[in-house]
Design a protein around this ligand. Structure first.
Ligand code: ADP
Ligand code: MG
Ligand code: ZN
Length: 511
């Protein structure tokens, strides 16, 4: 391709504050039309807005997480336009002194790191919604006045892959900061794509702005479509028209909506009904102190503390709910297993020889670290697989952490084997069973009784004398077969380590 792609993004994030930006109405999604409204957000004449302090806090939180300068005296402006979903005929927004400026977010596209510059973040209010039908269009003002942050980047993206990496990371940041639920389907996170082509390294070309994508996938497709469309025009010697385009995901095409307006078209002026906001060092310092740990920090900590791979740490931090579950499991399993280890160390001294050997293993000091690693593997493997199969999103995951802690304890202390562990985890996931009763009912408790294992081994050896002879003649690889037979004999509760040890001893003639 002889053209270089240039993309800048404007992302709108609806904030999850309890109430709207300038009144006490709820921000909750849905509800019957016009039930979440009052005279202020319905734009009645003569009312006055009162700024929701929490909106400012949320904006500062994001600004700090995106390495921005925080504007110490920031102001609101009116953006004037007429549209039926905007009852006041202006939107309160920020043009001249947005709350955050000049930050960046670092992205990683297959190992290539790149800083995407954030030009500004500004606070504004959302508009309502029009419901169109054959009878006409009805207005629903529930969304009017829901607080938004608009995050504007510099034109720093060169591909759809970079845009995707940025959006994923921004979404993750918004979720971890707990300021937006980022449901693209419900419109709580929306991205507009500004795209132009240029001769590599040359002057910026004329751009278009594409709107109305409601998934990451749609954004990728809309970018590819727009690159092709502009390249065709430019290849033919044509000119790009600066315009706003609407993406149609079903058709996989976009069409021109309106020619792009300039700031002048909106007759912006300072909002006279709201005072400037003074943000002092103390306020910023307090917010900084209470900033939650972000996903990238968690990833590094998990890798360092539990010695797990970058990939696994990535899975564990793919969503706040997942890392939250992991941290709960790690904490509780560590506590439970170090308590158990102490108990079994005591028990060991009075038990018989074979058992005390096992107990000594589980009393090992590494047990509690193992519990966290076990929890990591459980979530990144089994739980993610079950979620995928059942089409459950991380935000909807609801599983009893204490039951998983119990199971992790069982597998680590050798009460159940791996296969039974997996089976019981699945039963907890799908039917929320009580793990202990399930294990007892299904006979999954591991047989750690020396005698039972010896009996099973004797039976198998008697029934497979020629194989036993082969083994004793030096054909060691038949061991797996014999071991499998003994495990089968013992049912789901077979303890592989114990079986291996007992069977080996017997075959080698030590028993
Ligand atoms: P407007 O005032 O029309 O909203 P802005 O200057 O605010 O325009 O830019 C909006 C977005 O468009 C920003 O994300 C910016 O990075 C991006 N942008 C600006 N110029 C270009 C260009 N030539 N090609 C692609 N994106 C651009
Ligand atoms: Mg703009
Ligand atoms: Zn209201």
């Amino acid at each position: 391709m002889k053209w270089e792609t240039v993309i800048g993004l404007e992302v709108h994030a609806e904030l999850s504050t309890k109430s709207k930006i300038f009144c006490g109405c709820t921000t909750s999604y849905g509800g019957d039309p016009n039930t979440h409204v009052c005279p202020v957000c319905a734009g009645m004449p003569g009312v006055l807005p009162v700024l929701n302090r929490e909106v400012v806090e949320y904006a500062i939180r994001l600004g700090l997480a995106l390495n921005c300068e925080i504007t110490r005296r920031c102001k609101f402006d009116r953006k004037n336009y007429f549209y039926p979903d905007l009852p006041k005929a202006y939107q309160v927004s920020q043009l001249y002194s947005p709350i955050c400026c000049d930050g960046y977010l670092e992205i990683d596209v297959s190992g290539n790191k790149k800083k995407i510059r954030i030009r500004e973040i500004h606070m504004e209010e959302d508009a309502g919604k029009l419901n169109h039908s054959s009878q006409g269009s009805l207005m629903d003002f529930n969304r009017c006045g829901v607080p938004l942050l608009e995050i504007v980047t510099q034109p720093d993206f060169a591909s759809a892959a970079e845009v995707n990496a940025y959006l994923e990371k921004l979404r993750e940041t918004l979720l971890y900061l707990d300021i937006c639920d980022c449901k693209m389907q419900e419109g709580s996170m929306r991205a507009d794509i500004n795209l132009s082509l240029r001769i590599p390294g040359g002057e910026y070309g004329v751009r278009t702005e594409t709107k109305n994508m409601n998934s990451f996938k749609a954004i990728g497709r809309a970018i590819e479509y727009e690159i092709d469309r502009q390249a065709d025009i430019l290849d033919d010697g044509g000119k790009i028209v600066q315009e706003t385009r609407r993406w149609d995901d079903e058709k996989g095409t976009s069409s021109g909506m309106r020619s792009k307006e300039n700031a002048q078209d909106y007759r912006y002026f300072p909002e006279p009904d709201l005072l400037p906001i003074n943000i002092d060092d103390e306020w910023i310092a307090r917010i900084k102190e209470n900033l939650p740990e972000l996903a990238s920090q968690k990833r590094e900590r998990y890798m360092r503390d539990y010695n797990i791979s970058a990939d696994e740490a990535g899975v564990l931090t793919c969503h706040k709910n997942i890392s939250g579950l992991f941290e709960t499991l790690a904490r509780k399993s560590e506590a439970a297993s170090s308590a158990n280890a102490a108990v079994s160390a005591n028990a060991a001294s009075s038990a018989n020889a074979a058992l005390s050997a096992n107990a000594a293993v589980s009393a090992n000091a590494t047990v509690s670290a193992n519990a966290a690693v076990e929890a990591a593997h459980l979530i990144s493997g089994e739980i993610m697989r079950l979620m995928n199969n059942a089409n459950i999103l991380p935000e909807d995951l609801n599983i009893d952490a204490d039951k998983l802690v119990t199971l992790i304890g069982f597998v680590i202390s050798g009460k159940i084997n791996r296969a039974s562990f997996k089976e019981t985890v699945e039963a907890v996931f799908t039917n929320n069973v009580d793990p202990k009763s399930y294990i007892v009912e299904k006979g999954l408790m591991m047989v750690s009784d020396d005698k039972a294992v010896t009996q099973a081994a004797e039976k198998v050896m008697a029934a497979n004398q020629s194989t036993v002879a082969e083994y004793r003649a030096g054909k060691k690889k038949v061991f797996g077969f014999l071991m499998g037979m003994v495990m089968k004999e013992l049912g789901k509760g077979g303890n592989p380590e114990l079986v291996k040890k007992v069977l080996q001893d017997m075959l080698n003639g030590e028993k």
